[in-house]
Write a protein that binds this ligand. Structure first.
Ligand SMILES: [Fe+2]
Ligand SMILES: [Fe+2]
Length: 268
C-alpha cells in the first residue's frame, strides 16, 4: 500500500562552488522529485555547515540536510539543530544536541532520513550497526533512507547488507567520489557505496590540489583552500515505496565553461 515517492539524494556539498551549483540546479529538479536529501557537511568553506549554507541548500529545495564528521566545525550549527530538516550523525553520545534522524510527511507518506558515521579510518563514534538496529525498533518511521557517512567501502557495503529489507536505502557519503555500484540488494534496499560530492571539479575531493599535494610531499600539515571554478553535482535517484527501493540510478550534472554535461545511469 501507499504511494511511490521519487527521492533524490545529493552528496556532500563543498564550499562556494558546491553551493552555487546547488542554488542553480536543485530548483530545476523540484517538480521531478517528491523529496530531496542533501549532505551539507562541507558546504561552508569545505568544512561544516553555517546558517548561510543551510539556507542556500534548503532554499533550493532540499527537504533534509544531513551532516557527517565535520558536523561541529561552525558554531552556527548549534543554532540550526532545532530545525527538524537538519540531521547530525545518529551514533554519538546521548545528550548530543540535535537529532540523528528526522521523519517527514511527504505526499501523505512517512519518510525518515538518518545520518550515521562509520568507524573505519575515522574518529571514534558509537557502533553504527547497533545504533541503526536500535532506531529501527521504533515502528513509525515509514520508508527509511540512511546516509552512511564513512570512509571504507567494506563498512558501507556491510551496513547495506545488515539493513537490507529493513530500510528503503543505504547511500554512502564522505569520500566525495561517486561509485558505480548502484543496485537494489536482494531484499529491496537501494544501495550505492558513495553518492559522490557536489563541488569543484578540478580538485582533490574539493580542495585546491596544492594543499593536499604539499601535505603528501612534505608530510607536514598544509592549508586546504576550496578550489574555484566549475562544479559537478552527484547524487542518487530512487523510486521508493513501502520502505523498499523499486528503481535506483546515479545522477550527475556538471557546469563547465564549455557548457553543461549531464548523465543519468540508468535513467528512472
Ligand atoms: Fe566527511
Ligand atoms: Fe564530506
Amino acid at each position: 500500500m501507499g504511494s511511490m515517492l521519487r527521492v533524490l539524494f545529493v552528496g556532500d556539498v563543498y564550499g562556494r562552488p558546491g553551493r552555487r551549483l546547488i542554488a542553480a540546479h536543485l530548483p530545476t529538479l523540484r517538480e521531478r522529485f517528491d523529496f530531496m536529501v542533501v549532505n551539507g557537511e562541507n558546504a561552508a568553506g569545505g568544512f561544516g555547515l553555517n546558517r548561510e549554507a543551510f539556507e542556500v541548500i534548503t532554499g533550493a529545495g532540499a527537504g533534509a540536510v544531513t551532516l557527517g564528521n565535520h558536523a561541529w566545525h561552525h558554531k552556527d550549527v548549534y543554532k540550526l539543530l532545532g530545525d527538524p530538516r537538519l540531521i547530525r550523525p545518529l551514533n554519538l553520545p546521548s545528550g548530543t544536541p540535535g537529532r540523528g534522524y528526522s521523519t517527514f510527511e511527504v505526499n501523505g507518506e512517512r519518510l525518515t532520513v538518518v545520518n550515521a558515521l562509520g568507524r573505519v579510518f575515522m574518529e571514534a563514534s558509537h557502533n553504527p550497526f547497533l545504533a541503526l538496529d536500535e532506531l529501527l525498533e521504533q515502528g513509525d518511521l515509514g520508508s527509511v533512507i540512511v546516509d552512511f557517512h564513512a570512509e571504507a567501502t567494506s563498512e558501507k557495503a556491510a551496513l547495506g547488507w545488515h539493513l537490507d529489507g529493513r530500510v528503503a536505502a543505504v547511500i554512502g557519503t564522505h569520500t566525495h567520489v561517486a561509485t558505480a555500484d548502484t543496485r537494489i540488494l536482494p531484499r529491496g534496499t537501494g544501495f550505492q557505496t558513495d553518492a559522490g560530492f557536489t563541488g569543484p571539479m578540478h580538485s582533490i575531493i574539493g580542495a585546491d590540489p596544492e594543499g593536499p599535494l604539499q601535505k603528501f610531499l612534505t608530510e607536514r600539515p598544509h592549508r586546504f583552500a576550496v578550489k574555484d571554478g566549475g562544479a559537478e553535482l552527484n547524487g542518487v535517484m530512487m523510486e521508493i515505496k513501502a520502505n523498499r527501493t523499486l528503481k535506483i540510478g546515479r545522477y550527475h550534472h556538471e557546469e563547465r565553461h564549455s557548457g553543461e554535461r549531464h548523465s543519468e545511469e540508468p535513467a528512472l
